[in-house]
Design a protein around this ligand. Structure first.
Ligand SMILES: [Zn+2]
Ligand SMILES: [Zn+2]
Length: 442
């Protein structure tokens, strides 16, 4: 049996050999971005690829628990996206299972020998961004722009998918030398923290969970073993209903939903005051009204709160509810609150984070590493990490450095593709260190 040194050598060679394929696949995926819960074509491609490689693949309601999904698009939007994937030639066998927005994929590879269950999580979705088309933007000048109007992989998830599928291939090569099981989790709807809660089942029995994200302000050549300080977050849609009336003839009859929503927006922004804690409040969307002669009967407000502590987010959430309900009452309106996203606060496990950082030092192209770094934003991977930590396992969230052409979620976003091979080699080495026959701990 090859020892770890030999396997690491094999992984290094494979990553170098697969580098052009990683870039080609990333660019192909970049041309076919799909928004959260609509990743039919992407997920079907993942299913078909993994099944061909010999993985046991689960998707649809076997992978996603329907009631734990947040911010699922309307039936019409789901069907239109499904039809688009079908007419683009995505395999119907997989598509049928995912219909209605069940686009998660869980794929297992069993070495046949007892050992740990090690899982890797990748995200499938793109963003509602119109991609820049001028020649200064590399995908435009090189001909691999998004082909879906109004959707763009502007966060790097196309890169994560490319690494994930390459890791799937590499793991098959390595499996005869390993013990235990490998699980690949492809999660929909990360943007808006909407998808992970519905996939927590996939982490049942997982001993080690590795998540990874490209960029995030970490430059090329740097790797953070585990992000810490994810902000807990909740995201809501508040729909205000008032009463329309002629604004000149009888304004007193009207109940302005717009004013109620505006009042709620101001009230919400006063709440971000907690000594000793990081707290954020943002009203991101406020819309309503019909004409200047009509008291606005309807308005909609979308807001998001964040905090560095799970009990602070709970308290903030209650105060935000009160602010919204109070504003509606002040103007004689009715309001409905719908939660459309949520994630908890969590830290990477220090032991697994340190292992990832230490292994990264041996990857060509990596110039510096650190064990942990504050994330400063939210990620729904925390649902999965919490699940693994509750079971006594370890989870980490690797920040894979990559210089960016523009920030995440920007229409000119692009990342240094050298990071792809680095990510693959690092995950491959982690896999070997965790599952090498001679070291298994169970
Ligand atoms: Zn993002
Ligand atoms: Zn992202």
């Amino acid at each position: 049996m090859p020892d770890e040194r030999e396997l690491f050598q094999q992984i290094g060679q494979a990553a170098a050999r697969m580098k052009p394929d990683l870039i080609t696949l990333r660019r192909l995926l970049h041309q076919h971005p799909e928004l959260g819960w609509l990743e039919f074509q992407t997920a079907a491609h993942v299913c078909a690829t993994l099944e061909d490689l010999g993985y046991q693949v689960r998707t649809g309601q076997e992978a996603i628990s329907g009631e734990d999904r947040f911010g699922v698009p309307s039936r019409e939007v789901l069907e239109a996206a499904w039809e688009r994937a079908r007419s683009a030639g995505a395999p119907l066998r997989w598509l049928e299972t995912m219909r209605g927005g069940y686009t998660g994929v869980v794929a297992d590879l069993d070495t046949g020998k007892p050992g740990m269950l090690v899982a890797f999580r990748f995200d499938l979705d793109a963003l509602p961004v119109h991609e820049a088309v001028d020649a200064g933007h590399l995908p435009a000048s090189q001909g691999w722009l998004s082909r879906i109007p109004g959707a763009m992989h502007a966060c790097g998830h196309d890169g994560h998918l490319s690494i994930g599928l390459a890791l799937a291939r590499l793991a098959v090569e390595l499996a005869p030398s390993l013990a235990g099981r490998i699980r690949l989790i492809f999660q929909p709807a990360e943007e808006g923290v909407r998808g992970a809660l519905a996939m927590t089942r996939a982490c049942a029995g997982v001993d080690r969970l590795v998540c990874i994200h490209i960029g995030l302000g970490v430059p090329s050549g740097q790797v953070i073993g585990g992000a810490v300080g994810f902000l807990a977050t909740r995201e809501y849609r508040a729909s205000f209903k008032g009463q329309a009336a002629h604004a000149g003839l009888e304004p007193e009859v009207g109940r302005s939903a717009l004013l109620a929503a505006a009042q709620a927006a101001l009230a919400l922004h006063t709440l971000a005051q907690y000594a000793g804690h990081e707290v954020r409040v943002n009203v991101g969307i406020l819309r309503g009204g019909v004409a200047t002669s009509i008291v606005p009967p309807e308005a909609e407000l979308l807001y998001r709160i964040r905090a560095d502590d799970n009990s602070v987010i709970e308290a903030l959430d209650q105060r935000a509810h009160a602010a919204v309900l109070g504003a509606a009452a002040t103007y004689g309106c009715h309001v409905e609150l719908e939660i459309i996203g949520r994630a908890g606060s969590e830290d990477s496990h220090p032991e697994l984070a340190a292992l990832a950082a230490d292994l990264a030092q041996s990857v060509p192209g990596v110039k510096s590493t650190s064990h942990h770094h504050p994330f400063g934003a939210s990620e729904d991977a925390t649902h999965l990490m919490q699940q693994v930590h509750r079971q006594g396992g370890q989870a980490t969230y690797i920040m894979l450095g990559a210089d960016l052409a523009a920030g995440h979620h920007n229409e000119r976003f692009d990342f240094d593709e050298n990071s792809l091979a680095i990510g693959l080699e690092l995950l491959g080495k982690l896999l070997v260190r965790l599952l090498l026959d001679s070291q298994f701990k169970r």
